[in-house]
Structure formats: structure tokens, C-alpha cells
Write a protein that binds this ligand. Sequence first.
Ligand code: ZN
Length: 398
Amino acid sequence: MKYFKQLLFISLLFSLSLLAQNPEDFHKKLLTLDSHTDTPLMLGNEGFDFGSWNNPDEGGGRIDLARMEEGGLDAVFFAVFIGQGKRSEEGNLKAKMSADAIFDNIEATINANAANISLATSPADARRNAITGKKSIFIGIENGYPIGNDLRLIENYYQKGARYITLCHSKNNDICDSSTDSTEHHGLSKFGEEVINEMNRLGMMIDVSHISDEAFFDVMKLSKAPVIASHSNARDICKHPRNLTDDMMLELKKNGGVVQVCVLSAYVKNQAPNPEKERAVEELRIKYNNFTDISEDQMKLARQEWRAIERKYKGELASVSDLVDHIDHIVQLIGIDHVGFGSDFDGGGELSDCKDVSQLGNITSELVNRGYSPDDIQKFWSGNFLRVFSKVESLRTN
Ligand SMILES: [Zn+2]
């Protein structure tokens, strides 16, 4: 531990001198972590090879090994994302099977690139892999739907390597209400309360992104451990229900948690209403059964059609400067210790000057321009998130 601290001190001094010379080299020296990507959606695609360079303009997604190297990203959370479907025994079972298939895809990708990447399940793993030059792949589950009504499945997913669960996605589930659906439970359900207790017991991070405001405050009351918002911005700057209000962030500061800002333009900058696009997306959802319970081939078609809609109705992309406005706001409100980064790449994340992982250095440059210190910038890129992660681990009760 002492050795590690000395190393950290020396590297910080080194960073200071690098920063004076060249922000790009400084960025590469940081330990960087992205807490939310939907890259597993890419893993089954023909022509996509995570281990090499893929063209983002030809359906090659936003993240691969070559571009992680280019953009200086050391650690990334892959989301096991399950769209909300029927809340029945059959629906829950199908959600679990879909989740298991995604875990298998992630495992296969890691095995195929074992020389360069490694599954990580703790802050220590991220630090060790960074030293040995390997990229860390962490796993989070986006939507608690595959747990169904079976608390024991939380431990099952923990053992498979998942270290957070985003309690819900864009629709309500049996755990809680979503920020983009009607009011059903008025926050957490009874089962949702048990989920929080079980996640605390296991030392698994609770992700409050996507959940309703009432559910957020319920979690704040109940959780004994700090929480993360793996990909959310400030609602004061961009009025999307997915973003956190100032009141929510003040509560999150008391909880010791962290808001991980994302680059999805609709959550970064207020967009002009686009009812035509909304209608097209809604029709697509209906056509493909809300992307659940459909065959692999149908899922591929659904993704192609989704991309076509995105291209046709592309709204105005926000910029890195717009993103850093969120960081400034959060820092002014709750301090530098409660903000980090969770891109939402491959789930819609894209800025005009940060289109994929290769361009992450632009965020560091903007932070440098706005006067953030090397220490602050390191906190943003992983220090805060890893602090919360360690705390959650340490509160595990058995
Ligand atoms: Zn999401």
C-alpha cells in the first residue's frame, strides 16, 4: 500500500509536468473508466470484431480495443441490457435467458482477446490491469428485469461478475418506477426494497440511472452504501426526466455517491421536440415487441431499423463543451468528489466532438482549459467511481 502511494505521488508530479507540456500525453497517463456502455449489443454483429479497429461510420459502433487504446480508456463497464418486456413468469424467464446469452457473449469476447483485456470485478483489478497494460472489462446489468421476483438471482449475477444493477430501464418493472413511465409503485416496490437490502449485503453497486425521482429518494433512505448514477446528467442544464435534479444530487452527496455524466446528446442539451422521430421509434418498439422475446435475426433487423431512424432524424449533437457545463454545474453544487464518466456509447452516446471512445481526450482538454487540476481530473476519470466501488465492497456483510 505504501509503495502504491509513493507510486501515485510520483506519477502525480509527473502528470503535472506533462499537463504543462501536452494535455494529450497527460490524458493517456490517467487511469480512466467508463461506467456505462452498451457495447455488448455490438458483440453479436457480423463484421464487428472487438479486438480490432472498426469503422464507426459503417456500423462499427463506438468502442473497440484499437479505439480504446487511441482514446486512452483503461476500464469499461459493459452493460448486460435487457429491454423491459412482460412481467410474467414466462417473461421473466426469457429475460433471464437473454441476460445469460449476453454474459456468454462477453465471456467469449474476453477469451478471444485474453492477451489484451481481462474481466475485472474490483477496483484492485482495474489498477492492476492498468499497470500490466491490459484493458479492464467490468460488467453491469442495465435493468433488474432478469431477476424477476427471485432475490437469489442477484447473487447468481454477482458470481457471474456483475458489479452493479441499474434498477430499471425506460419502463416500470417489479422493482421500481421508471423516470420515463407512469407512476405505479410510487418509488420502490416492496420487492424493490428487498433488492436494495440484498445488493447492500452482497457489496453490489446500486445504479439509480433511469429510475423515477420517487424511487431515487426511496433508495437514498434505504441504502446503507453509496450509490452510482452510471449514466445521468444534470436536469437543471438539460430538462430530461432521465437526468438528476439539484435536490437529488444534494441527497446523493450526503449518501457519498457519484453521478457519472454521459454523452447522449438528448441528455446533454435541450433538444427541439421531434414528434416524427418519437412516432417512428414508438412504431419500431411495437413492431419488435419492445425488443424483447424476439429471435436473433429479428433483433438484428430491429437494430438496423433503429440506426436508420437515428440517421434520418438526427437531432443537433451536443458538444464536449456542453457536457463540461454539466460537470461544472455538478461540481459547483456538490463538489468535485461526486462526478465521473459513463458514456452510454453504443446506447446512443455521441457528441459532435466526441463521437466515439477514440476522442475521449477532448473531454480532458476541455477540463484543463476550464482550470481543473490534475488531481480533480483524475477524480473525474475514475477516482470518485472507484472510491464508491471500494466503499460498497467494504460494506458487504457476508
Ligand atoms: Zn440507459
